[in-house]
Design a binder for this molecule. Structure first.
Ligand code: SAM
Length: 288
């Protein structure tokens, strides 16, 4: 577990915004709502559908589903971690919501539901934290009713802009070594964050049994001016509570002083510059 992030609720409420200005945090929230709304359009939730939000976190998708069903259906908030379910329960209790939902603690690889019982499975940014995607996707297929849908969003991190692409080799000591290390990190087949792309996901869905799944690639470009504190935050914040930070990953290749010097060089080079970043993701709409 990371020293600066003790659990998923902390990551979702705080660490994910690390290094962002208030304006960027606003944009992140608006983007999350937009992603959620696309998933809801795909899901076409009906009043009495059994809706399963897998890896619900702080309930981004489940709360919207609950609203769409006016608390009269059955929305299952599921997550592998108790802190997430406790957080959602607190929000539900504070809002006085007593019906239309269940809380279910289980990993996506072993969903604690009988087969063919779910109309809509919703998911955002969960497979990216699961090393072996196939058993997880096959498990989702198992619990869906025939005609049921998986509607999901996953970031495709391996094809995002890499640090070395936005740096000037002349200004960065050991540029080639860090470029090599970064490429190796981003292509590690054992790393859940980057061991997949839109093609492997489509294959996983087909192997699970989904016929002609829709896997829509979305490429987003963002431009902003790098602030002095941003670079350190990028390097020291973990991508999830149980994953090493970028700095910790580099420490497998270089000693502490070399990594610190690299971070300083990157900060000196980028601070005040406008950068352009490409981030990729997929929307999945798959019917059993
Ligand atoms: C990036 S968060 C996304 C949370 C939420 N879906 C959202 O869109 O805000 C990833 C979530 O997946 C959950 N998670 C991670 N690994 C999981 C697994 N193997 N099975 C089920 N949930 C998992 C985490 O607890 C966390 O809540």
């Amino acid at each position: 577990m990371s020293e600066i992030c003790k659990n998923w609720t902390q990551w979702l409420k705080s660490n994910r915004f690390a290094g962002q200005t208030p304006e960027m945090q606003e944009q992140t929230m608006r983007w999350l709502e937009a992603v959620r709304d696309v998933i809801m359009v795909y899901a076409e939730i009906k009043p009495y559908d059994v809706v399963l939000d897998i890896g619900t976190g702080t309930g981004l998708l489940a709360f919207k589903a609950l609203e769409l069903q006016d608390c009269k259906g059955r929305v299952i908030f599921s997550d592998m971690f108790q802190d997430c379910l406790d957080d959602c329960k607190k929000i539900l209790d504070d809002a006085g919501i007593e019906s239309g939902y269940e809380l279910l603690r289980c990993p996506v690889e072993h969903i604690a539901l009988p087969e063919s019982t779910v109309h809509k499975a919703l998911m955002r940014s969960v497979l990216v934290h699961v090393v072996n995607k196939q058993p997880a996707i096959s498990e989702i297929y198992r619990v869906l009713k025939p005609g049921g849908k998986l509607c999901a969003f996953e970031p495709i991190i391996r094809s995002n802009t890499r640090y070395w692409e936005i740096l000037d080799p002349v200004c960065i000591e050991h540029y080639d070594d860090f470029k090599r290390a970064e490429n190796e990190i981003m292509e590690n087949p054992l790393d859940s964050l980057c061991n997949f792309d839109e093609t492997t996901l489509r294959t996983n869905l087909e192997i699970a049994g989904f016929s002609i799944p829709e896997v829509k690639l979305q490429e987003v470009s963002s431009r902003y001016v790098v602030q002095p504190n941003m670079v350190k935050e990028w390097f020291v914040n973990p991508p999830s509570p149980n994953q090493p930070s970028t700095k910790e990953r580099y420490l497998k290749y270089f000693d502490e002083a070399t990594v610190e010097k690299y971070m300083q060089d990157v900060q000196n080079y980028l601070t005040g510059r406008e950068i352009s970043l490409k981030t990729n993701a997929v929307f999945i709409n798959a019917v059993k």
